[in-house]
Design a binder for this molecule. Structure first.
Ligand code: FAD
Length: 373
């Protein structure tokens, strides 16, 4: 087999790259390490730039599978309203934000990939690369090999592609864990409209964001819980733990809360948990015939809620550059044009959560130090 472009990973970044390449007249093949029938990750907020990519792909059914997020209100752990943000749906941004389950986003992208006749192979885990002057060969865990002209690592934060090409660039634990859940609104009393709700417990550096992510009533409520933990939590107590273990653990964390989140937590059927890592800036966004998109390239602290949108945009821009230039120039322009957009925001996000907590502490000191006459 001699492929034009080999794509490693069938997440948002890998699939968007493959579809845009096809639109640009460039053939590619996607190799995904996991089996097809897996359920992983609960969902995302997609920002206006990410939504723009889906619209450019002609994914017209997006409204049936997602929910507009027009405003966001933040509450304390005791359900007292702190702040309201309406910018998400107003004219400040070119488009609204949406929330969508990972499963629905993948379904829409995979349907598009099928329409464009893009081969997606599952259970194909990249283990090694062999590069020579005129080709790149991907070696998989089943000992099979595929030769191509170019290779795109779209294999996420713990990218094997990146580990081979830039072994010095290791993911760094952020000091936070993230837990996501999907709940059916049919199973809970509270109802949600286009307003997302954040509950923040500043004292314990934990918080959760809840929103509707589909017009249907089946697993249509998405919550994303983030907490601070200095050391990475062992996999057996987080990534590999079962739903009930995570529910009990979170219930203990929020035992002092007096807001409706516990009802959602206790009715959640599908929980995904992970220690959150981010990447330091890579020395380059490409090397030889290999480049990257999405989390493999610039995984960020999820405070920004933009990783999936960036992964989609990377795919679109990389394909656009390859449509217009030979691969050396295309890779150069991809890095040159996108890095200045992505890197400053990524660095700011790294500090954001700590800064909010720090600021809150400062304000509390100011409030408590009243001046007596
Ligand atoms: C707690 C949390 C909350 C988040 N919330 C949001 C949000 O609200 N909005 C948002 O936009 N983003 C959010 N993100 C980030 C978002 O999930 C990622 O940025 C996005 O999924 C990146 O897409 P990707 O395609 O680059 O990688 P992934 O989605 O990670 O896909 C990589 C794919 O590669 C496959 N793979 C891995 N290794 C191999 C291998 N060796 N061989 C073959 N295949 C392989 C994997 O199985 C996977 O399918 C959040 C992240 C976290 C941790």
């Amino acid at each position: 087999m001699n492929e034009k472009v080999i794509i490693i990973g069938a997440g948002a970044g890998g699939l968007a790259t493959a579809i845009f390449l096809k639109k640009a007249g460039i053939e590619s093949v996607v190799f995904e390490g996991a089996p097809m029938e897996r359920e992983s990750g609960a969902g995302f907020v997609l920002t206006p730039n990410g939504l723009n990519v889906l619209e450019t792909l002609g994914i017209t059914e997006i409204a049936q599978y997602s929910f507009p997020l027009e405003s966001e209100t933040t509450y304390t752990s005791n359900d007292k309203e702190l702040a309201s943000l309406t910018a998400a749906g107003n004219d400040f941004f070119s488009k609204t934000f949406i929330t969508i389950s990972r499963q629905n986003l993948m379904k829409l992208l995979l349907e598009k990939a099928e329409e464009y006749k893009i081969p997606v192979h599952y259970n194909k885990k990249l283990v090694n690369l062999e590069e020579n002057s005129d080709s790149i060969t991907a070696v998989f865990s089943d000992d099979s090999k595929v030769k191509g002209e170019l290779l795109v690592g779209a294999d996420g934060i713990h990218s094997r592609t990146r580990e081979i090409v830039f072994p010095q660039a290791k993911p760094v634990y952020t000091g936070y864990y993230g837990i996501h859940g999907l709940v059916s609104s049919a199973n809970v009393k509270q109802s949600f409209d286009t307003m997302g709700k954040a509950y923040i417990d500043f004292d314990n550096a934990i918080g959760t964001f809840v929103s509707k992510c589909s017009p249907a009533s089946n697993t249509d409520l998405l919550w994303q819980f983030i907490g601070k933990e200095e050391r990475k939590i062992p996999a057996t107590e987080l990534e590999l733990a079962d739903n009930q273990f995570i529910k009990d653990w979170l219930n203990e964390k929020i035992s002092g809360w007096n807001n409706p989140f516990s009802e959602l937590l206790n009715n959640t059927e599908n929980i995904t948990s992970r220690n959150i890592f981010e990447l330091e800036e890579l020395p380059h966004w490409y090397h030889g015939r290999v480049t990257f998109v999405g989390d493999a390239l610039h995984a960020t602290n999820p405070m920004l809620g933009i990783g999936a949108s960036w992964a989609l945009e990377d795919g679109m821009y990389l394909a656009k550059m390859l449509r217009e230039h030979g691969y050396r120039d295309a890779f150069y322009y991809f890095e040159n044009d996108r890095k200045p957009l992505v890197e400053p925001a990524r660095k700011a996000a790294t500090e954001a959560f700590d800064k909010i907590i720090e600021l809150r502490e400062m304000m509390r000191t100011i409030y408590d130090n009243r001046i007596d006459w």
